[in-house]
Unconditional design. Sequence first.
Length: 86
Amino acid sequence: MSKIKAKDLRRLGFKRADNVPIDAMDSEYHYYIFESKDKKGVLISCSNDEKVNGGYEVELYEIPEIQFYKLEELKKLVKILKRASK
């Protein structure tokens, strides 16, 4: 099982989104989003400070119960989403 790393997400077309701390109580973190051609968020990763066993978890944006931890499965899904949005 190959963990999902930040470089894998960028290669697949995910864009990094940074949290801007509002006050001293907030922490700085980032996560990744994969958008469809109409700019709607389709997939979202956990934040860098919530990685699971050193790898990112990715879920369907509107259905957080569907999660991906394995890189090969995520690659297949992204390929299908890219093909469907042409």
